[in-house]
Each structure stands twice: as structure tokens, then as C-alpha cells.
Design a protein around this ligand. Structure first.
Ligand code: CA2
Length: 141
């Protein structure tokens, strides 16, 4: 059975509480439930984690080696700043899909840069929570 690790960066725990116009009104718990349901349908195992700390994301990516077969990651604001997360994904070499709930390409200039994109097999942005499910499908192909 394939093992997928889903990582979420800072503030995504606030989903459904603020900014429903951008990120929707569904909660983080609802996102986790959707991902777990999709995993069952795909016949894969999944672990979903969220942290507000860059170094914790780096640790989790490093530790994924040998434990998981692929990573789905929404690094949130660290997308636009973190060379450390890019380096970690490159270092472990696991197939990784970048996901963004909003369409970052239509937002502020500072969101146009993604460091992690260079290390990812695919980027999915602007598909809401559905983007995570699409990312899981990509890893199952
Ligand atoms: O669209 C995405 O998924 C983002 O990765 C979300 C990040 C943002 O910095 C990226 O540019 C795009 C922000 C996540 C913050 O999530 C919140 C959720 C509810 C209320 C406030 C923030």
C-alpha cells in the first residue's frame, strides 16, 4: 500500500475561521476528513500534519524518507520564502506535489515566487480543497 504524507504550513489550521472569501468556509478538520476519505477510495495510507514552524516542516520532510512514498505539501507562506524547504524536498527525492487552495497566480506579486516548485512533480493551485485530492491522484499514477 502506498503511503502519502500531507503537510500543511502556517495558519492553515485557521481554515474556515477567517478569510472565507479566499480559502472557503470549510474548516481544517473538514480538509483532513476529505483527505482521509480520498485515501480510502484510492487504497493508500495517509498522514496529515500541520505546523506553523518552518524547521518542523524541514524535519518532517527529512523523516519521510523510508516512511512514505510521496508528499503533498502546502507550505503556505513558506512557499514564497523558504529555500530550506526546497532543499529538504530535493534532498529526500520523494515525489512531491505542491498544492495551494487559492490561485496564487492571480494574487499579490510576492506570491508569484515559489521556491519549492522547482523540486515538485506538479503544482496545483486555485482548486480549493479539491487540489489536495488531485495531488493524491497524481502520486498514485
Ligand atoms: O492558497 C494557499 O493555499 C496558500 O498556500 C495559503 C497561504 C498563503 O500564504 C499562500 O500564498 C497561498 C496562507 C495560508 C493561511 O491560511 C489562512 C486560513 C484561514 C484564515 C487565514 C489564513
Amino acid at each position: 500500500m502506498k503511503r502519502i504524507l500531507v503537510l500543511n504550513g502556517p495558519n492553515l489550521n485557521l481554515l474556515g475561521i477567517r478569510e472565507p472569501g479566499i480559502y472557503g468556509s470549510e474548516s481544517y478538520a473538514a480538509l483532513v476528513a476529505m483527505i482521509e476519505e480520498k485515501a480510502k477510495a484510492l487504497g493508500v495510507s495517509v498522514e496529515v500534519r500541520q505546523t506553523n514552524h518552518e524547521g518542523v516542516l524541514v524535519d518532517w520532510i527529512q523523516e519521510a524518507l523510508g516512511q512514505f512514498d510521496g508528499i503533498v505539501i502546502n507550505p503556505a507562506a513558506y512557499t514564497h520564502t523558504s529555500v530550506a524547504i526546497l532543499d529538504a524536498v530535493k534532498a529526500v527525492g520523494l515525489p512531491t506535489v505542491e498544492v495551494h487552495i487559492s490561485d496564487v497566480s492571480k494574487r499579490e506579486d510576492f506570491r508569484q515566487v515559489s521556491y519549492i516548485r522547482a523540486a515538485c512533480v506538479k503544482t496545483i493551485a486555485g482548486h480549493g480543497f479539491q487540489g489536495y485530492l488531485e495531488a493524491m491522484e497524481v502520486l498514485c499514477k
